[in-house]
Design a protein around this ligand. Structure first.
Ligand SMILES: NC(=O)C1=CN([C@@H]2O[C@H](COP(=O)(O)OP(=O)(O)OC[C@H]3O[C@@H](n4cnc5c(N)ncnc54)[C@H](O)[C@@H]3O)[C@@H](O)[C@H]2O)C=CC1
Ligand SMILES: O=C(O)CCC(=O)C(=O)O
Length: 421
């Protein structure tokens, strides 16, 4: 018998998996092979080694990455991840996904992404600050408000963005709020950025549910991950009258078929999105994914829905708040089973959209109200959902391929006009 681990060992890595769909999308759009050769990898990939003085006086050397996928449309943009499982391959794939997101929501950006191999849950506040500042010093030559604009991702937050902005402003000898987004409001952050990814996912759920004839009031929702994306999404679903019956974090999952007390859990989670450790009756992340429900939202890490469990998913709609939670093989299985997938590059694009709004506000020095941000976000995302959904219908392709076709077009056209291909 082949075990899940053996399957995982044979699985394409996340970059190969995304390249496969980029290739198919470009072929469907009629671009030559050279375009695929250009877009299959980031244009630039910087690996840095960051020495950090730890609180006990020792020095630890961390490895970090910054990938810039394609800057034909404009500066590259994308978050920075602090996680023990960060790899060069993962950061490259994440940068490709950022280009696709920017294309889908029509932002004047290409995709970038950064990551540091570390576990901030086991570091002190000051160690995290020194690591954040060290990373900015190490990548400072290739980033900047008109080159590459970072933002938060897994296990990074507005405090880390603030340290990074401060460090960059010292190097640049200029106050540079537009260097990074996801900042605290008092440092030029935007209203609505903290909840933007979740707000966007909630909009996608509403649109997808309407297509499937599902009423959100009373709908059973399962959310994997209780960090920035998962916890606020759970709150939005709870406020809309849906029943959030399960949530999880890196340590396990909580399940109550009658609906969890989301405001209580939100109040008790820590800054890394951990809450299940406070409870005894937990289930596993694997069990959570296979629960009977209407809407499943993976909002944690990659490769959660695979060919091993895709047949056991019981949801009618899967909305991917996380980047890369479903393998290509699993996407095919879910599509055959007529489960509607709203793919990551569409579903999680609310975050980068409000990051773009933040950058625009920083550039103009004039700030919008929360209502203005939400109104603009709503328009962009509904339009993007409809474009992808219609492409899937008219071209008879699954939602992921449709999203890639919409997402890759602007970048390919910009590369062609620039004479790169
Ligand atoms: N924060 C943002 O604006 C955006 C985030 N995303 C994606 O959403 C996903 C979650 O990101 P955030 O909520 O920002 O991160 P976060 O750091 O706020 O929370 C991460 C959550 O995932 C859980 N987690 C970590 N490792 C896990 C594992 N091995 N198994 C199960 N759960 C695990 C953590 O316990 C935590 O609950 C990621 O894929 C990220 O790339 C996508 C777009 C924007
Ligand atoms: O807000 C941003 O600029 C990027 C967010 C991000 O990293 C993502 O969408 O995966």
């Amino acid at each position: 018998m082949i075990t899940d681990q053996q399957h995982a060992n044979h699985r394409k890595n996340v970059l190969e998996a995304t390249q496969e769909i980029v290739k198919e999308a470009l072929e469907k759009l009629g671009y030559p092979d050279e375009m695929y050769e250009l877009l299959k990898e980031p244009l630039r990939m910087l690996t840095v080694r960051i020495p950090v003085r730890m609180d006990d006086g020792s020095t630890k050397i961390f490895t970090g990455y910054r990938a810039q996928h394609n800057d034909a449309v404009g500066p590259t943009k994308g978050g920075i991840r602090f996680h023990p499982n960060v790899t060069e391959i993962e950061v490259k794939a994440l940068s490709v996904w950022m280009s696709l997101k920017a294309g889908i929501v029509d932002l004047p950006y290409g995709g970038g992404k950064g990551g540091i191999i570390c576990d901030p849950r086991e570091m002190s506040f000051r160690e995290i600050e020194r690591l954040s500042r060290g990373y900015v010093r190490a990548i400072s030559q290739i980033v900047g408000p008109t080159k590459d604009i970072p933002a938060p991702d897994v296990f990074t937050n507005s405090q880390i963005m603030a340290w990074m902005m401060d460090e960059y402003s010292r190097i640049d000898e200029f106050n540079s709020p537009g260097f990074i987004t996801g900042k605290p409001l008092v440092l030029g952050g935007s209203h609505g950025r903290e909840t933007a990814t979740a707000k966007g996912v909630a909009i996608m759920i509403r649109e997808a549910a309407a297509k499937k004839g599902i009423t959100l009031e009373g709908a059973r929702v399962v959310v994997q991950g209780f960090g920035n994306a998962g916890s606020f999404l759970s709150k939005f679903m709870h406020d809309l009258g849906a029943k959030v019956i399960a949530i999880s974090d890196a340590y396990g999952a909580l399940h109550d078929p009658n609906g969890l007390d989301i405001p209580y859990l939100l109040d008790r989670r820590d800054s890394f999105g951990t809450v299940t450790t406070l409870f005894k009756n937990t289930i596993s992340n694997k069990e959570l994914l296979e629960l009977e429900c209407d809407i499943l939202v993976p909002a944690a890490i990659e490769n959660q829905i695979t060919e091993d469990n895709a047949h056991d998913i019981k949801a009618s709609i899967v909305v991917e708040a996380a980047n890369g939670p479903t393998t290509n093989e699993a996407t095919k299985i879910l599509a055959e089973r007529e489960i509607l997938i709203v793919p990551d590059v569409l579903a999680s694009s609310g975050g980068v959209t409000v990051s773009y709004f933040e950058w625009v506000q920083n550039n103009q020095g004039y700030y919008w109200t929360e209502e203005e941000v939400h109104e603009k976000l709503e328009k962009v995302l509904v339009n993007s959902f409809n474009q992808v959904y219609q492409t899937a219908q008219t071209r008879n392709v699954d939602m992921r391929l449709a999203a890639y076709m919409v997402g890759v077009r602007k970048m390919a056209e910009a590369s062609r006009f620039r004479g790169w291909v």
